[in-house]
Design a binder for this molecule. Structure first.
Ligand code: FES
Ligand code: FES
Length: 158
């Protein structure tokens, strides 16, 4: 066991864990942040997606030792001041889920996409989310939700 200080959703969290424990396991089992889901455990499904320094990353493939020192954002960190993040609101409005298991990973990956490309076309969205698997097949609604979110998000000033 080693001690780590993680910057999670804007707060410093101290945790004891072996250095090779996955960030996913630490988030879910040691910090109680169960919104990030375990799917395949092999980097293939995207259910465990979080933002590391603003970029989507598979938390099942990140060791806690690698995540220490980076800014970690999970699905729990997106809403603020009692309001859903615009991407969350768009997924809800477009009913872009059935069982909802893939949804946190899809939403977090979308936040990462819209940060780097505020106005993605359908192909950009499909390409960006290609590693996020939805076993319920709600892809058309997911793409509609991402486009809706792109319209709703305030644009950065250049
Ligand atoms: S659980 Fe991490 S990619 Fe599937
Ligand atoms: S909504 Fe069920 S896996 Fe995507």
């Amino acid at each position: 066991m080693s001690g780590w200080v993680l910057a999670v959703n804007g707060a410093s969290r101290s945790v004891e864990a072996p250095p090779d424990e996955s960030l996913l396991s630490v988030l879910r089992n040691r910090l109680g942040l169960t919104g990030t889901k375990y799917g395949c455990g092999e980097g293939q499904c995207g259910a465990c997606t979080v933002l590391l320094d603003g970029r989507p990353a598979r938390s099942c493939r990140q060791q806690v030792s690698e995540a220490a020192g980076k800014k970690i954002t999970t699905i729990e960190g997106l809403a603020g001041n009692g309001r859903l993040h615009p991407v969350q609101a768009a997924f809800l409005e477009a009913e872009a889920f059935q069982c909802g298991y893939c949804t946190p990973g899809m939403i977090v990956a979308t936040v990462g996409l819209l940060d780097s490309n505020p106005n993605p076309g359908e192909e950009d969205i499909a390409e960006h989310l290609t590693g996020n698997i939805c076993r319920c097949g709600t892809y058309p609604r997911i793409i509609a939700a991402v486009r809706q979110a792109a319209l709703a998000l305030p644009k950065k000033k250049s």
